[in-house]
Structure formats: C-alpha cells, structure tokens
Design a protein. Sequence first.
Length: 211
Amino acid sequence: MKAVHLLPVLLILGSCSSPPKPPLADPAKRRPVNAAESVALQVCKGDLQATRIQASETASAADAARSALARLTSERQAELADTDQRSDARSTVYTVLFPFAGTTVRLSPAEAEQLAREAKAAPLIRLSARTDGEADDLAEVHVAKQRAEAVKSYLIAAGIAPARIRSTWQSTGDHAAENATAAGRALNRRVEIEIYRVAPREALLPAADLS
C-alpha cells in the first residue's frame, strides 16, 4: 500500500481558511469631508446662492416699483390733462359797465384786445344787458336793448361773426349789487359777455300739446 502525501493538501486547505484582506486606500486621496476648509467652502457656496436669490428678488421688486411709478405718473398726467381740459372748457364772463342812461362801449386798449382775442376763438357768445331801473317802462327797455346792440356791434367790428352772438336784455331786476346805493347802481348798469370755449349741447324738450 502506497503512502499518501497529505502535506500539500493541508497547506492548500490552510491557505483557504482565512479570507483575503481588502485593498488599502491611499490616505493622500481621501476627501476631508469634515475638514474646516470643506465646511467653509460649503458655507461660502450657500451664502453666494442666497445672495444671488436676494439680488434677483431685489431686481424684481425694483422693476415692479418702476412699473407702478410709471403707471401712477401716467394716471396723474391724464388727470391733470383732464383737469386742464375741463378748466379750458369753462366759459368766461366779461362785464362792460355804462354810465347813467349810457349806451356807448368804452374799453381800454388792453381790455379790448383781450376781449377780442377770446371772443374770436369762441363758438358762442351770449350778451345779457341790464339797467339800474326800478320800473319796467319803455325807456328802461330801450336803454337795455341799446346796450346789448352796442356791445354786439363792438364785437362784430372786432371780427366776430354775428351768427355766434346771442343777445338778451332786461330793463329791471337781476341786479348784480344793491340797487339802493349809487355804487350798486353803477354795477347794475351793465352788459355781461359770456364767452363759451365749447359750444353748449342743445336738447329739445317738446311740449305735450303744440296745437
């Protein structure tokens, strides 16, 4: 019987009894996750991102503020333009005074120039002639009518189209001041010239029965 050589087998079994060791990592290539430099770098990146977000939000807020300011400015300009337009649309009333029983228009050159300038641009002019009379008689009516016609002739001579002038007169009442005093009566002897910058809108109100 031949002898069995067990030594190589035992050596082989002995070598397989312990697991292989894992490979060793190079310490120089390890990443220092908790190192101070790494923490500072992460904090810096976070701060930079927060700054970018804040800058973007600030820019958006500035754009919104500029848009709101532009809108408010536009609205204010529109309001001012509308106010100016409504102010320009208001009529102006000039008053020409007369001496007792007088019917002659007497204006200074400056007053005449201003009146003619505004009247020429007006689509409508209304004349209201008045006296300081206390009794509604023919003499007072004649004076009131003569004053209205005198102012109308004055405006026509200044270049105003007659078709744009409307005249009314009233002998008594409608006083502008106290008629019991001399100063008041001087203010009541007048013709009011109402200059319209915009022609009034006309509306017809027919009576129920025109027969």
